[in-house]
Design a protein around this ligand. Structure first.
Ligand code: NAD
Ligand code: TYD
Length: 338
């Protein structure tokens, strides 16, 4: 079985590559990544050095190079995760989001269709559905209503995959997952940013009133869901993936739990100006993936968060290197005028 993982040096991609080598050791996995600011080869270097995984540094928007790769390798399965993934960055500039998330997906679809790739799993987000009020949950048929340029670019790419399924009888599925957390998470997103800032004694910039709600899923549980969709999911279908109701929490509560785990004081929290069009609440109904593919999340939030905090304590060098250089100019731009 020849498998391609795009975005394999990013947060979820690198966790997926580790997961696949454990769960499906006979699979021949190619890890593709451009190594943008968000990609870090160290996340998968042990697997690349041991020869368990082959690494390709390629740009998914480069149609000639991608076509050549698919022609050579004849993949049976593609997990497509490569993307620009941070909402705040998409508010500062949307250009790369359209290029990577929309054009990049189209380039991969063209190559996969032309070279008869067996199956294509497109990894997307619940953010394509927009924002929820205090109750209810998104189902797979909820109309798309993205509010950020990031979410809009993901919605466009989802529709492109689904259109290929209809037009070409292409064997693709789309997954829409809630917020992930876990190891190798780039420290620009809420949980790793707040863990590492607190460890450094820096302020935790909580947007608005801190009552925006996210449904958190431990990244390994997401990987489990993706493997099930790849092996047993139906073509042309969308599958929501998300945490249990105990993992649906306001940012304020997640922040409190992080400070408690680290033994840090509450006065590190600094309420700052809100994100424009900040989605109030996300939650997904996961009945479809439970009933069809037998998937449920296994990791309770308090356990997953404790493991995540411990990982950042044990891997200070990993995030210390990231939180310098180019990262600082983004941090300055994003947080300066709040
Ligand atoms: P990430 O930003 O950590 O990783 C993205 C990876 O894509 C990086 O390694 C980057 O180098 C690579 N990449 C970017 N542009 C590329 C290009 N042109 N060619 C090749 N590689 C390129 O993101 P993540 O959090 O791991 O998210 C992975 C996927 O899952 C994304 O598609 C995202 O939309 C989706 N998703 C993320 C979450 C979440 O909570 N993080 C939730 C639901 C869905
Ligand atoms: P984030 O991790 O950026 O994910 P997303 O926007 O895709 O949900 O943000 C999670 C929540 O945390 C979201 O409600 C915005 C909030 N947030 C802050 O309050 N402060 C921050 O510095 C960041 C990065 C996020």
């Amino acid at each position: 079985m020849k498998v391609l993982v795009t975005g394999a040096a990013g947060f979820i991609g690198s966790n997926l590559v580790h997961y696949l080598t454990k769960e499906r050791p006979s699979w021949k996995v190619t890890a593709l990544d451009l190594l943008t600011y968000a990609g870090n080869l160290k996340n998968i270097s042990s697997l690349v050095e041991s020869g368990q995984v082959r690494f390709e540094r390629l740009d998914i928007t480069d149609d000639k190079v991608i076509d050549g790769l698919f022609e050579r390798e004849k993949y049976d399965l593609v997990f497509h995760l490569a993307a620009e993934s941070h909402v705040d960055r998409s508010i500062l500039s949307a250009r790369e989001f359209v290029s990577t998330n929309v054009t990049g997906t189209q380039v991969l679809l063209d190559a996969a269709y032309k070279h008869k790739t067996g199956r294509f799993v497109h990894i997307s987000t619940d953010e394509v559905y927009g924002s929820l009020g205090p109750t209810g949950a998104f189902v797979e048929t909820t109309p798309l209503d993205p509010t950020s340029p990031y979410a809009a670019s993901k919605a466009a790419s989802d529709l492109m995959v689904l259109a290929f399924c209809k037009t070409h009888k292409f064997n693709g599925s789309v997954t829409r997952c809630t917020n992930n957390y876990g190891f190798y998470h780039f420290p620009e997103k809420l949980i790793p940013l707040f863990i590492t800032n607190a460890m450094e004694g820096k302020k935790l910039p909580l947007y608005g009133d801190g009552m925006n709600v996210r449904s958190w899923l431990f990244v390994t549980d997401h990987c489990d869901a993706l493997l099930r969709v790849a092996e047993k999911g139906r073509a042309g279908e969308v599958y929501n993936i998300g945490g249990n109701s105990e993992a649906e929490l306001p940012n304020k509560e997640v922040t409190r739990m992080i400070l408690e785990l680290l033994g840090k004081p509450a006065d590190l929290v600094q309420q700052v100006g809100d994100r424009p069009a900040h989605d109030r609440r996300y939650a997904v109904d996961t009945t479809k993936i439970k009933d069809e593919l037998g998937w449920t999340p296994k990791t309770p939030f308090n356990e997953g968060l404790a493991r995540t905090v411990a990982w950042y304590q044990e891997n200070r060098e990993w995030w210390g290197e990231i939180k310098s250089g180019a990262y600082l100019s983004f941090y300055e731009k994003n947080y300066a005028n709040r």
